[in-house]
Design a protein around this ligand. Structure first.
Ligand code: ADP
Ligand code: MG
Ligand code: MG
Length: 918
């Protein structure tokens, strides 16, 4: 007997106040399908959603596994779901007198704006259109829908999914679009909506003929062929170039697949009591708790997003410079507005997060077509999280989890210098779609943006509007400027997601793509390569390269509120890597609780380094210990002053000072002219100098005579530094200041090195106490753990060290055997081929290097349970790495001042996700 297998459910129905699925089923139904089910079926919502059904992501996966064939049961399940839709709508798909039209919509687990294709008005043909006209009494609308269907179908299904390469790069959509534009310009029409019935009829005929001619196949008249063709195209688009590109940037796995939703059409293009729109429950640009949106009368689907006409505001609040003269929805359809407002409120309370919604009004009746968690920039994310916590909509933990740590970067984004702005006239004004300031050289295509950026140029991508094909170039550009489109256009959406400076709808400029230039209304002429500066917060465009300045976080109440919650939740401390009083002050303002890495050698680089550097060189090139000691004695004054200034600012917070780390040859010049100078300065003959410099040469300096090895070879170098640290500390203490220096020995691999240096430290300590007439100077003695052996021998290292600081940059270099400075030669290829998934210098390799860290922490603490442990590599500012370090039980991470807020937030999120640390 045949076994009865329960059929797998591939199709989920929604409509009429019921739904098979719900919001929690995103993995199966995609974001769009799951939320449509939730809006249609959840007892708290039961919103007016046109009925439809969702074909699961499992079908997509099966389709690709099974040589692009559908599971056998699919056809039948689709048929019965379609029957249910027909019943609900009291129409019949393909029927000549009362036809049902549907849309076919894609939806991945995570929204990929504009990546996948939608086909509207499916089911129209020469016969059914007569039924549509009869039912609607609106011939214009029917032919408008028909021409849209042909254009979308030819583009999405026949050309793109059919794998047809457009001739001369001009796709069928563009070809048909030009025909539409020609009709408009011939008749002197401004808008699509001006086109009359006879012209639409002629267009439809022309479209069909053109499709046949250009694509070599007729537009299919069979509604079912249209339906299945569209379903196949959605699944096909999952492996399209743009979708793959987007997934690569957003790190979305290829295996996820997309769902397909088939839904009864409602029509926003049935005259002036119909409309379509997009809205946010809060302002996605600022986070302000105000309903914000745009709509277009007598329009369908993508019209709002595509920037075909300037969308009108839903209410006064949503007005901007381009739309302020247009009547708001609240004015034109007050009842509908009220209903929409109530629904958006209900949606936000239900989802407890800001929602991005799509709606259509058909002859004075409102329909909801989509909702999802709204993308927002970092500033809005902080504001929304903080406000929703204050409104008691969400708890502290949820508020903290709502902001991605890297989004905080946007709050620290530089802005155009307001002083310069005050006295400079912008050449154009557009809509502020992505905040912050940016400057760069103008390019007019995504390809150019990629190419120029590849050569290290900062570029601003200027386009009429962007499409998903532009994503790569948009990503590489400093900022994006478009002349068309509104706040919900593709460019605005994508830029907002990335937190990129962006201005859209800048109608003041006109692009001439043939000459790669644009002209502003005021006559300014800008060509490729010229500099532009953008104020994305206000939508202002300036010529030239304007100075950028940092903003003050203290002015941001929402940020302060959120950080209060963060500081209550986190258990790991955050320090900073800093060597100057200015950096230290900046870091303190950001919330740093100490310095995790003060590099003594910093004083030999850059501004003001001439004198100390010259003394250091004298020391390095001395013949005898006596000479060396003399040089060190003079150098000591500088070192002490330098350390003291920063320690004073840190006012009792621990300051970890690393003893001299780089190999000495790094400090001597190698070109002849400089050597001549030095020979005069140090009174050493050129011959002798050459010989000494040569003696310093190493074949592999990264693994050379550096770090503690210098201290062992030249104990007097350690001695001088320790004396400077302890005397600075004693002087500050005497002056009534609090200090806590931590002396850190770099590049150790055995405890014997630590013991060797400890003898010096102990002796100098006694001498300083005596000299300064103090009984005690607070300090700790510890080591970097940056050589794999040191991690493995951590139990021994901890016998002498009071603290460990993991130097994960070097630990990564030495664990992988990769030189960080030379990794560019092969890392990109490694990432492309997925030999490595991440750059181990950006985010810690948890499996390998992380294992050494774990071993180091555990073994160290097995000797000294209270061993203080931290990390001071670049990884200290990478959220994923910070979360990992929390899990290893570290006391703190240390990062550059501007990463401190990010590390603080990541530490709090780690405590929420993985439990509190010690
Ligand atoms: P995207 O994923 O690009 O947002 P959608 O599937 O949301 O694509 O479709 C784009 C637009 O098409 C929607 O915003 C909506 O305006 C319109 N649309 C989709 N399905 C329907 C429908 N059944 N009735 C009316 N309009 C629809
Ligand atoms: Mg949509
Ligand atoms: Mg190091």
């Amino acid at each position: 007997m045949a076994q009865v297998k329960k059929a797998i459910k591939y199709v989920y129905y929604f409509g009429g106040g019921k739904a098979d699925g719900n919001e929690s089923m995103k993995n199966l139904l995609g974001g769009k399908g799951a939320n449509l089910a939730e809006m249609a079926g959840h007892p708290n919502l039961r919103l007016p959603v046109p009925p439809g059904f969702t074909i699961t992501t499992e079908v997509c996966t099966a389709y690709y596994k099974n040589k692009k064939k559908y599971p056998a049961e699919l056809q039948g399940q689709v048929q019965s779901a379609l029957a249910a839709v027909e019943k609900e709508m009291a129409k019949k798909f393909g029927d000549a007198s009362n036809p049902l039209l549907v849309s076919v919509r894609s939806g991945a687990r995570r929204s990929m704006p504009g990546m996948m294709e939608t086909v509207l008005d499916i089911g129209l043909n020469e016969k059914t259109i007569l039924g549509v006209i009869q039912q609607s009494g609106d011939e214009r609308f029917a032919y408008d829908a028909y021409r849209r269907l042909i254009m979308m179908y030819a583009d999405v299904v026949m050309e793109k999914a059919g794998g047809i390469e457009p001739k001369n790069g001009k796709g069928i959509r563009k070809v048909l679009d030009e025909k539409l534009e020609k009709v408009k310009s011939k008749q002197g029409y401004q808008f699509d909506t001006d086109i009359k019935v006879p012209e639409l009829k002629a267009l439809v005929k022309d479209f069909k003929a053109t499709v046949l001619k250009v694509l070599g196949k007729p537009f299919p008249d069979d509604p079912y062929e249209q339906l299945w063709g569209s379903v196949g195209a959605v699944f096909g688009s999952w492996s399209g170039k743009r979708a793959i590109e987007y997934r690569r940037i957003e790190k979305i796995p290829d295996e996820w697949g997309t769902a397909v939703t088939v839904q009864a059409m409602v029509f926003g293009n049935m005259g002036d009591t119909s409309a379509t729109g997009v809205a946010f429950t809060r302002n996605p640009g600022t986070g302000e708790n105000k309903f914000y949106g745009e709509y277009l009368l007598n329009a369908q689907g993508e019209d709002v997003v595509a920037g075909i006409r300037t969308p009108a505001p839903v209410n006064d609040y949503s007005k901007n410079d381009q739309s302020k003269h247009l009547p708001s929805l609240e004015e034109t359809m007050p009842e509908i507005y009220k209903q929409l407002f109530e629904i958006q409120n209900r949606l936000e309370r239900h989802y407890k997060d800001m929602q991005d919604i799509e709606f259509t009004i058909e002859k004075g009746k409102l329909f909801m077509l989509q909702c999802r968690v709204g993308k927002r920039n970092g500033i809005a994310a902080v504001k929304v999280a903080s406000d929703m916590y204050n409104e008691k909509l969400i708890d502290a933990k949820t508020a903290i989890m709502r902001v991605a740590p890297n989004q905080l970067v946007e709050l620290l984004l530089p802005m155009l210098d307001p002083e310069v702005q005050k006295v400079t006239k912008p050449v154009a004004k557009g809509l502020p779609a992505g905040p912050g300031g940016a400057k760069g050289r103008v390019v007019f295509s995504s390809a150019d943006a990629v190419e120029w950026a590849g050569k290290g140029e900062k570029v601003i991508l200027v386009r009429e509007e962007t499409s998903p094909e532009d994503v790569d170039g948009m990503h590489k550009a400093q900022a994006i400027l478009t002349t068309k489109g509104g706040m919900t256009s593709h460019a605005a959406l994508v830029a907002r997601g990335w937190g990129k400076c962006c201005i859209v709808g800048c109608a003041d400029i006109e692009i001439h793509s043939e000459t790669k230039s644009f002209k502003a209304n005021d006559g300014t002429y800008i060509k490729e390569g010229d500099w532009l500066s953008l104020d994305g917060t206000r939508g202002l465009v300036y010529t030239g390269s304007m100075a950028l300045v940092d903003i003050d976080l203290d002015d941001n109440a929402a940020y302060r509120n959120l950080m209060k919650l963060v500081n209550k939740e986190r258990t790991m401390k955050v320090r900073t890597n800093a060597e100057t009083p200015e950096d230290a002050k900046q870091a303190l303002k950001f919330g740093a609780e100490g310095i995790g890495l003060f590099r003594t050698e910093h004083m030999f680089y850059g501004e003001g380094s001439e004198q100390p550097l010259s003394l250091l060189r004298k020391m390095i090139l001395s013949k005898t210990e006596g000479e060396r000691r003399q040089a060190l004695k003079e150098l000591y004054v500088f070192v002490k002053k330098d350390i003291k200034a920063t320690m004073e600012v840190m006012n009792g917070y621990p300051v970890t000072i690393r003893l001299l780390d780089p190999p000495l040859h790094e400090f001597v010049p190698h070109d002849v002219a400089k050597l001549h100078e030095l020979s005069k300065e140090l009174h050493i003959s050129m011959n002798m100098l050459r010989r000494r410099v040569l003696a310093l040469h190493e074949n592999n300096p990264m693994l050379g005579h550096r770090g503690v090895r210098l201290g062992v070879s030249y104990p007097e170098i350690t001695e001088m530094q320790v004396r400077a640290i302890l005397e600075a500390a004693a002087e500050l203490t005497k002056a009534g200041k609090k200090v806590l220096p931590e002396i850190m020995v770099p590049v150790t691999c055995t405890v014997n090195e630590l013991s060797h240096q400890k003898v010096i430290v102990d002796r100098v300590y006694r001498e300083v106490c005596e000299k300064m007439k103090v009984k005690k100077i607070p300090y700790l003695y510890g080591t970097m753990i940056e050589i794999p052996r040191a991690a493995l021998r951590a139990d021994h290292m901890a016998e002498v060290a009071d603290f460990f600081s993991f130097g994960t940059n070097d630990l990564t270099q030495m664990s992988f055997g990769f030189s960080r400075d030379d990794i560019g030669g092969f890392l990109p290829q490694y990432m492309d081929l997925k030999v490595l998934n991440d750059d181990p210098f950006q985010t810690i390799d948890q499996a390998g290097v992380g294992e050494l860290v774990r071993i180091g922490v555990d073994r160290g603490r097995s000797t000294k349970p209270n061993l203080k442990v931290g990390i001071c590599g670049e990884h200290g500012g990478d959220p994923e790495s910070v979360k990992f370090f929390h899990r290893t039980g570290m006391n703190y991470v240390s990062c550059s001042p501007f990463r401190v807020p990010i590390a603080l937030l990541a530490a709090a999120q780690a405590a929420i996700e993985f439990g509190k640390g010690k």
